[in-house]
Design a binder for this molecule. Structure first.
Ligand SMILES: Cc1ncc(COP(=O)(O)O)c(C=O)c1O
Length: 393
C-alpha cells in the first residue's frame, strides 16, 4: 500500500526521461546524453586517497557522529570562513548531510506541517516542490523576473500567511541565473518580515566563470537568524556518487533538522565525511581545473550554437545551458525528436515546473568537441523544424 500523499504526487519528469532514454537504448540507439547533470570528471586524487585511508579506520565499526564528524565540521567551518568570510560555530551552525537533495527534503519535512505553504521559485529543482507534497503541504510558485529574481509582491496574501519556508537557488539549476548580495539582503528582510525560514540551495557555489564569484546568503548581516544554506561536494568536486554535503546557518533551524534526522537515521557515513573533509580542505587546488574544463565546454557549445544562429547567452555559472524550444514543438515532442533523430538526450523545461515549459536544458557533461557536435545535431533539427513551420506543417 502506498501512502496517500505519495500516491497523489505527479509523475517525476526525470523518471519519465529515464524510461524514454532506456527504451531508445534498448532499440540499439547510441545516445549523446546531456540530459542529467551527473558529473563525468574524475574525483581528485587527494580525495580518493583520503577515502582509501578511511576504509581502514577502526571508527568505522561504530555509528558516525549524529551532526557531523568533528574533522568534517572543523574543515567545513574553515572553508566557509576562507571562501565567504562567514564564521559559523561548527557544533551548532553546521550539519553533515548525505547530499543536499535529501537535506532540502528534510529541512522542509522538519519545519512544515500538512496544509502549510512552501514558497519556491517558479522554475525550480524538483525536490523543492516534492518534499512539501510528501506531507500534504503546498508548494506555491513565486514568479520570476527576467533576470531570475523573485517577484515577491506577486505572492498572494493568503499563501504568504500560510507560508513557512522560502527556498531559493542561485546560481540556478536550470536557468543559470545568479544573485547579488543586495538581492540576498532583500530576501533575508522578507523572510524576517513574514517569519519564514529561508533555505538557500548553493549547489553550484564553485562553478562560476569569467571572474564571477558566487555569493552566500550567510554573508548578509543577520541572515543566520532566519536562513540556512545547503552546500554539496557533488558538483564542485565531481563527488555526486559519494553523497556528502552540509548545511550551515540558523542554529535553531539546524536543531529542528537534527531532531528530525535523529528519529530516522544515524548521521552521514564516516567514509563520506572523510572524503568531504579532504575536498573542502583542498578546495583551492581541486576546484580550478574542474571549472576550467566546464568553461571550455561552455565556450565550445555556446559558440557552436551561436554559429548556427541561436540566441544563446553564455552563463557565468553552473554546468548548464537553458535554451528555447523551437517554435512549433511541445517540450516532450522536442526531446523525443532529438532522442530519436540525432540521438541527443536533453531535459525538457517542464521538468522544472510549468514555468519551465518552452525551454530545454543541456548539461555540460561531455567533452568540448562532443558538445559542439551535439549543438550541430540539435541545430540541424531546429533548421528542419523551422522549415516545417514555414511550410505550415
Ligand atoms: C540545484 C540543485 N540542488 C541540489 C542538487 C542535489 O545535489 P546533491 O547531490 O548534493 O543531493 C542538485 C543536483 O543536480 C541541484 O541541481
Amino acid at each position: 500500500m502506498t501512502s496517500r500523499h505519495l500516491r497523489e504526487i505527479p509523475p517525476y519528469v526525470f523518471a519519465e526521461l529515464d524510461v524514454r532514454r532506456a527504451a531508445a537504448r534498448a532499440g540499439g540507439r547510441q545516445l549523446i546524453d546531456v540530459g542529467i547533470g551527473s558529473p563525468d570528471q574524475p574525483i581528485a586524487p587527494v580525495v580518493v586517497e583520503a577515502m582509501q585511508r578511511a576504509v581502514s579506520e577502526p571508527a568505522l565499526s561504530g555509528y558516525p557522529y549524529f551532526r557531523a564528524h568533528p574533522a568534517f565540521a572543523e574543515t567545513v567551518a574553515a572553508y566557509v570562513a576562507a571562501r565567504f568570510d562567514v564564521h559559523v560555530d561548527p557544533s551548532t551552525e553546521l550539519l553533515a548531510l548525505a547530499g543536499s537533495k535529501e537535506g532540502i527534503a528534510e529541512i522542509v519535512l522538519s519545519h512544515v506541517s500538512e496544509g502549510d505553504v512552501v514558497l519556491v521559485p517558479a522554475i525550480y529543482y524538483p525536490v523543492y516542490a516534492r518534499a512539501p507534497q510528501l506531507i500534504g503541504a503546498l508548494p506555491v510558485c513565486v514568479p520570476l523576473f527576467a533576470d531570475g529574481r523573485l517577484d515577491l509582491d506577486a505572492i498572494a496574501p493568503g499563501d504568504l500567511a500560510r507560508a513557512r519556508v522560502l527556498i531559493v537557488n542561485y546560481p540556478s539549476n536550470p536557468t543559470t541565473a545568479t544573485i547579488t548580495l543586495a538581492e540576498y539582503a532583500r530576501l533575508v528582510a522578507f523572510a524576517k518580515r513574514h517569519s519564514l525560514l529561508l533555505v538557500s540551495d548553493l549547489a553550484y557555489s564553485e562553478l562560476s566563470y569569467d571572474g564571477f564569484v558566487v555569493p552566500s546568503v550567510l554573508q548578509v548581516d543577520g541572515a543566520r537568524d532566519v536562513a540556512v544554506e545547503m552546500h554539496t561536494c557533488s558538483k564542485s568536486f565531481n563527488m555526486a556518487g559519494v553523497r556528502i554535503a552540509f548545511v550551515a546557518g540558523s542554529a535553531r533551524a539546524l536543531n529542528t533538522l537534527y531532531q528530525y534526522r535523529s528519529n530516522i537515521g544515524y548521521g552521514v557515513s564516516t567514509l563520506s565525511q572523510r572524503a568531504g573533509a579532504a575536498a573542502f580542505a583542498n578546495y583551492s587546488t581541486i576546484v580550478p581545473p574542474v571549472v576550467a574544463e566546464y568553461r571550455a565546454r561552455r565556450d565550445a557549445m555556446v559558440s557552436a550554437f551561436a554559429s548556427h544562429g541561436w540566441q544563446v547567452t553564455s552563463p557565468n555559472a553552473t554546468m548548464y545551458l537553458w535554451l528555447d524550444v523551437p517554435a512549433g514543438y511541445e517540450d516532450w515532442e522536442w526531446v523525443d525528436t532529438l532522442m530519436h533523430g540525432p540521438g541527443v538526450v536533453v531535459t525538457p523545461g517542464i521538468a522544472f515546473g510549468e514555468a519551465g515549459s518552452g525551454h530545454f536544458r543541456i548539461s555540460l557533461v561531455q567533452p568540448p568537441a562532443m558538445l559542439a557536435h551535439a549543438a550541430a545535431l540539435i541545430s540541424e533539427c531546429r533548421a528542419h523544424a523551422s522549415a516545417n513551420v514555414r511550410n505550415g506543417e
